[in-house]
Design a protein around this ligand. Structure first.
Ligand SMILES: Cc1cc2nc3c(=O)[nH]c(=O)nc-3n(C[C@H](O)[C@H](O)[C@H](O)COP(=O)(O)O)c2cc1C
Length: 320
């Protein structure tokens, strides 16, 4: 199955703890081309783990509905993906997560050691599913061994629909810059769409990655946390060359939009509070606001705190 054409160039990267259903809906309303769930364990899906079910919520308006799964056993991955197939438009296989508990089990970035194995997993998924299968990778299993080109080719040969490249090797932390030139190398090696990812912090950087690497789409991760408006800005910059900056009040008001969407789904209070707090990062008085949000016990209380501050901030520009 082919990768679906997306409405916009910039997508929301999967972010554990952040790309829940309400945040994905908000990001899509603000112009994200695609929003991917956080990585979900194939084994947990099969066990119908109650916590995991929360990660498997999708909204009708999400399009495409993209679920990221991880695991290392092709049969178990196929079983889990088949269980979810009717609810989603696309399955993304995680081959980049560096977390110890995931690579220890042979999943995530551990798979980058063996492009042929990734190819076999993708072939099994493609064979079993009627939705497109994509793969998100890092550059390779270590700083000395970049397998991304071979992995992308294996994915394409196996019938995979697209590859997302986070341009860092498994062992590389975020303090060193992403190596965008490898996104270009992958793009030159395959004909399926390539999504570039790593260190996009602004609409300008999104355009630079598209221009420098020739990738088809970009994925924005950290810069979208609490800041889904970056998708509207990026779309504006790519199509018209300019974009608007939000005031603190407008940014905090978006947290209220997030809450309103979240109320239609199954949520925990820590999740809602945590997300609301991220929207306040970088705003004037944000620290105080986060402390206030910490004390909230109900969704209404979170909403009241946000509304009070958003109102105050917008009424008095001198507070900035
Ligand atoms: C808090 C956090 C959670 C993440 N969770 C996932 C995940 O579940 N699946 C995945 O493929 N990548 C995950 N990533 C990696 C991001 O998708 C992305 O590849 C990385 O942050 C680089 O993009 P950026 O520079 O735009 O943040 C995570 C990153 C962060 C910071």
């Amino acid at each position: 199955m082919r990768f679906p054409p997306l409405k916009a160039k910039a997508c929301l990267a999967p972010l554990a703890g952040y790309t829940d259903v309400a945040f994905r809906v908000l990001a899509q309303r603000l112009g994200a081309g695609m929003c991917v769930t956080e990585l979900v364990s194939a084994e947990a899906i099969l066990r119908k783990n109650p916590e995991t079910l929360r990660y498997l919520q999708f909204a009708d308006e999400e399009s495409p509905k993209a679920l990221q799964i991880f695991g290392d056993d092709p049969d178990r991955l196929v079983e889990a993906a088949s269980m979810m197939e009717a609810k989603v438009d696309l399955i993304d296989l995680n081959c980049g997560c560096p977390a110890a508990k995931i690579v220890r089990g042979g999943a995530g970035a551990a798979l980058l050691k063996d492009p042929a194995r990734i190819g076999r997993i993708v072939a099994a998924l493609v064979d079993a599913l009627s939705v497109p299968v994509t793969v998100k990778i890092r550059l390779g299993p270590s700083k000395r061994e970049y397998t991304c080109v071979a992995v992308a080719q294996a994915v394409e040969d196996a019938g995979g629909a697209a590859v997302t490249v986070h341009a860092r090797p498994y062992t590389q932390s975020y303090d060193k810059p992403a190596e965008w030139e490898w996104i270009r190398k992958v793009k030159e090696a395959v004909s399926v769409p390539v999504l570039g990812n790593g260190d996009i912090t602004s609409p300008e950087r999104a355009k630079a990655m598209l221009d420098e690497t020739g990738c088809d789409y970009v994925m924005i991760g950290r810069a979208a946390m609490g800041n889904p408006y970056i998708f509207r800005q990026t779309d504006g910059f790519l199509t018209e060359g300019s974009y608007r900056t939000l005031s603190d009040a407008e940014r905090i008001a978006l947290a209220n939009d997030y809450l309103a969407i979240a109320e239609g789904f199954d949520y925990t209070m820590p999740q809602l509070k945590g997300q609301a707090q991220v929207f306040t990062k970088g705003t004037v008085g944000g620290g105080r606001l986060r402390a206030q949000l910490n004390t909230a016990r109900t969704v209404d209380e979170i909403g009241r705190i946000l509304t009070a501050v958003a109102g105050q901030t917008s009424r008095d520009p001198r507070r900035r």
